[in-house]
Design a protein around this ligand. Structure first.
Ligand code: AMP
Ligand code: TRP
Length: 339
């Protein structure tokens, strides 16, 4: 087990709303698997966050297991990474309440994700959706994380988290909470929808044909890549690369560890059909072992249960410690002080 004391802490959360797709894998999960060895790493399934949008109960339960299976199959290693389910650590919610009492309505009103989601969820504009970023701040601060690897879309939530940590420390004149930094990779990590290369590949994408899920069969991947939208040309011309071709080249480049420019140069003049076959092959070679390993985990759940129980045991210990310091600073009495 790596020494956790001197390492800095990194934390990520992911919502159990669907099987992860190639964008999640290339933009996030793959990087987490690399970073886990150099940090004291916490990774959790944000099931409380998922409830801000109504989910059928059975689907939510299954999605949690599926997500964990796909994370482990993608290289998240419980030997390095503490992986757990958010709702198993009640301290997140306890801290979230305390932070709610120090967050201004105006701050939450300004959150772009809230503005976007509230447009889509007019009939279910619940309070959870509004205070979502406060729970996210608690998720991060309860582990005193130094770094939070996220996509650009989450930068504003991390900014709020920083403000809340600073506000708390200032108000109670004590450095109780660590002010975290966002960790946002500058290169790529923005995989586009194969059917609409101007839009990000997203779980809620309009065409499932444009999204490659980590549980897609080899045939399905081949079919999706073959039908990827390109342009009216037949072959790759370096001087004229359309967004669809650029996206496929980017995927190929990441998977083969080559610069995109080099990939494009090596395929210059080649027919699109031939290029797509090569891209599909790279994706299939990456996804097949992930899919097969995840499916094995899903058949025998015992291992998943063990990993999650072990993860929440470790996480809970840290969360309790931080919450104890928070109670002390704020003047809340701990039950144990009464005995
Ligand atoms: P989400 O699917 O929005 O819960 O995102 C989970 C993680 O995957 C976040 O860190 C996102 O930044 C990342 N991510 C989501 N979609 C993409 C994409 N199309 N390209 C690259 N990264 C993505
Ligand atoms: N809001 C994040 C997303 O939609 C998920 C999340 C919840 C998260 N809590 C977090 C991410 C804490 C990082 C840290 O992707």
């Amino acid at each position: 087990m790596p020494a956790s004391t001197r390492r800095q802490t990194m934390l990520s959360g992911i919502q159990p709303t669907a099987i992860p797709h190639l964008g999640n894998y290339l933009g996030a999960i793959r990087n987490w698997a690399t970073l886990q060895k150099d940090f004291n790493y916490f990774l959790f399934i944000a099931d409380w966050h998922a409830l801000t949008i109504p989910q059928p109960a059975e689907e939510l339960r299954e999605n949690v297991f599926k997500l964990v299976a796909y994370l482990l199959a993608s290289g998240i290693d419980p030997q390095y990474c503490t992986i757990f389910i958010q709702s198993h650590i009640p301290e997140h919610l306890e801290l979230s309440w305390i932070l709610n009492c120090m967050t201004y309505m105006g701050e939450l009103n300004r959150m772009t994700q809230f503005k976007d989601k509230s447009k889509k969820a007019e009939e279910n504009l619940n309070a959870g959706l509004f205070s979502y970023p406060v729970l996210q701040a608690a998720d991060i601060l309860i582990y005193r994380a130094h770094f939070v690897p996220v996509g650009e879309d989450q930068r504003q939530h991390i900014e709020l988290t920083r403000n809340l940590a600073e506000r708390f420390n200032r108000r109670y004149k004590k450095k109780v909470l660590v002010v975290p930094e966002p960790y946002i990779k500058s290169d790529g990590g923005r995989v586009m929808d194969l059917q609409d290369p101007m839009a990000k590949m997203s779980k809620s994408g309009a065409f499932s044909n444009g999204i490659i899920f980590l549980n897609d069969s080899d045939d399905m991947i081949l079919r999706k890549v073959k039908s990827a939208v390109t342009d009216s040309q037949q072959s790759i011309a370096l001087a004229n690369i359309s967004p669809g071709i650029a996206n496929l080249a980017e995927i190929y480049a990441i998977l083969s560890n080559e610069p995109v420019q080099q990939v494009l140069e090596s395929f210059d003049g080649k027919m699109y059909g031939q290029f797509k076959l090569q891209v599909a092959e790279r994706i299939i070679d990456t996804i097949r072992p992930i899919r097969e390993t995840a499916q094995r985990y899903l058949v025998d759940r015992k291992f998943l249960h063990e990993v999650l129980l072990e993860g929440s045991k470790k996480a809970r210990k840290v969360a309790r410690e931080t919450l104890g310091d928070v109670f002390e600073a704020t003047g809340l009495l701990m039950e144990k002080q009464l005995s």
